[in-house]
Design a protein around this ligand. Structure first.
Ligand SMILES: [Zn+2]
Length: 158
């Protein structure tokens, strides 16, 4: 799973002040073998464009703790998204199906950091049976990791 190898750097949009974390998914998804890498998240029904698919599950840790975990894990299972104010969502613990969304250079979802939440939205209508994908943007690989998304518009590296 490509996702596990990245810390994703996204600016914070909004602080909601919500502390009781609830990670919901609003559409039925299944996790099965990905056409891109490892496991993938597939939708079981159509998702209209711009609809919120859900929030990535995980635990909130400090950036310092995140750096420690990245070092300890080397290249294994890292699924972290930088939030705001020095916080990071570690999605390798207490996570949900959204953690299996793989990177694609022509994705069908986009990710938005909203306070302590990492939300996924449909970029266009996603048809039942499609694998959900997201453009990770900047990762800690600094564009040095070969991309395996298979898109005709693949940038080659992420
Ligand atoms: Zn690609």
């Amino acid at each position: 799973m490509l996702y596990f190898h990245y810390i994703i750097h996204i600016g914070c949009h909004l602080f909601t002040g919500v502390m009781a974390m609830q990670y919901n998914i609003y559409y039925p998804l299944t996790v099965t073998k990905s056409s891109i890498d490892g496991l993938g998240a597939y939708t079981c029904c159509n998702i209209p464009a711009r609809k919120k698919i859900g929030s990535l599950g995980g635990v909130i840790i400090s950036k310092r703790e995140a750096n420690k975990r990245v070092k300890a894990l080397q290249n294994k299972s890292i699924a972290m998204v930088e939030l705001w104010n020095g916080k990071v969502l570690d999605a390798s613990i207490n996570s949900n199906a959204l953690r299996y969304i793989n990177h694609c250079c022509t994705p069908n979802t986009y990710m938005r950091v909203c306070g302590y939440y990492v939300e996924f939205y449909a970029l266009r209508t996603v048809v039942a049976g499609e694998e959900l994908t997201c453009d990770y943007g900047a990762t800690h690989h600094d564009g040095k990791r070969p991309c395996t998304c298979g898109s005709v518009q693949c940038r080659g590296f992420i």
